[in-house]
Design a protein around this ligand. Structure first.
Ligand SMILES: [Zn+2]
Length: 341
């Protein structure tokens, strides 16, 4: 994907990026050991030949089993800092001034009592080279109709509330089944958790509407909701699109992720332009950048190729900063820097 000098110079933001522990660790260790990391590009090419739909999403994660064994774990502080610094450095090198990284589900990192201290250390190291960068951490909680998983989600919620006192920025919820209407009782659990999270000062975002319109209406009723991850299918239903526009909620668009994981058939068919036309604020995001072979610079270049001009792309960055889960003080200082440009 060619990146013009104008797009390269734009300040960028990535609000929706998962830590991708195993692939990211492989990349960090490969660099240290002087070997080639796992070839995700070939994997993405193969994925694109599979029928679109949610099965492809599962296949993206299945491949982690093919990664070389490392012996390293999230329990080692230096390894964790190196992995998180790699995420931040990759974005900052592309011009990112804000990156919010998601941790959760199978990650143990968030449960460490020193999690936020280590995350801030990763941020500090990257800021030595890229002083404009700000980074935040977000907890990711999946709710499934299974008592054991629900108890686990309850523990994750407590972990997020504890981390909030150390500076965790927000919580991201996903309610399953993801592509069919989930049990309203499960959504009630999400609503209660979101209320507690919002009371603790955490920002709220929800993964929804990636493969169907299911759950979008329920997601829009989440207390304190500020952002939606994907929401691709909101444009299929005029009524949904209308309530999304009225809500003021920001949509985290993940263009390459949606194409690779089969949520949309092509970049051209992605509804990002329709969101903008309906006055819905959008941001550009990488989601799982290693697994879907992208970077935040590439996402801005793709949006540019879809016809968004530099002013519109810069607006996406401003949308992200305004909708970020930073403290008001950090947000205002970053906004001042951006407006001075
Ligand atoms: Zn995601």
């Amino acid at each position: 994907m060619p990146v013009s000098s104008v797009v390269a110079a734009l300040p960028k933001a990535d609000l929706h990026v998962h830590q991708e522990w195993a692939p990211r660790l492989d990349r960090v260790l490969a660099r240290r050991e002087g070997r080639r990391p796992f070839d995700w590009r070939a994997h993405v090419r193969r994925l694109l030949e599979l029928p679109p739909g949610m099965d492809r999403l599962g296949r993206i994660f299945d491949l982690d089993a093919s990664l070389p064994p490392t012996g390293a774990s999230e329990d080692d502080p230096e390894t964790a800092i190196a992995v998180w610094a790699d995420i931040l450095e990759e974005g900052a090198a592309d011009g990112a001034v804000l990156i919010e990284v998601r941790f959760g589900v199978t990650d143990r990192a968030l449960a460490r009592p020193d999690f936020m201290a280590l995350f801030r250390e990763a941020e500090r190291r990257v800021r030595e080279r890229y002083p404009r960068l700000r980074a935040e951490a977000i907890g990711y909680i999946g709710l499934r109709p299974d008592p054991a998983r629900l108890r686990e989600a309850e523990r994750q919620m407590e972990t997020c509330l504890r981390a909030a006192r150390e500076g965790l920025g927000g919580v991201d919820f996903r309610v399953d089944p993801y592509d069919a209407e989930a049990d309203p009782a499960l959504w009630s659990v999400a609503y209660r958790s979101a209320e507690r999270a919002a009371d603790a000062g955490l920002g709220i975002t929800v993964h929804a509407g990636e493969y169907s319109t299911a759950n979008l209406e329920a997601a829009l009723r989440v207390p304190g909701l500020r952002r939606l991850g994907h929401a691709v299918y909101a444009t299929e239903d005029p009524r949904l699109l209308e309530s999304l526009a009225r809500s003021g909620v920001v949509v985290e668009c993940c263009l390459s992720s949606n194409v690779v994981s089969g949520a949309v058939l092509s970049y051209e068919e992605h509804p990002i332009r329709r969101f903008v036309e309906h006055g819905i604020p959008v941001t550009l995001n990488t989601d799982n950048p290693i697994r879907v072979w992208t970077t935040i610079g590439r996402e801005y270049a793709v949006a540019s190729a879809l016809g968004f001009g530099p002013d519109e792309l810069f607006r996406f960055t401003l949308n992200a900063v305004k909708a970020s889960f930073m403290t008001a003080e950090r947000r205002d200082s970053l906004l001042r820097e951006l407006r001075a440009r």
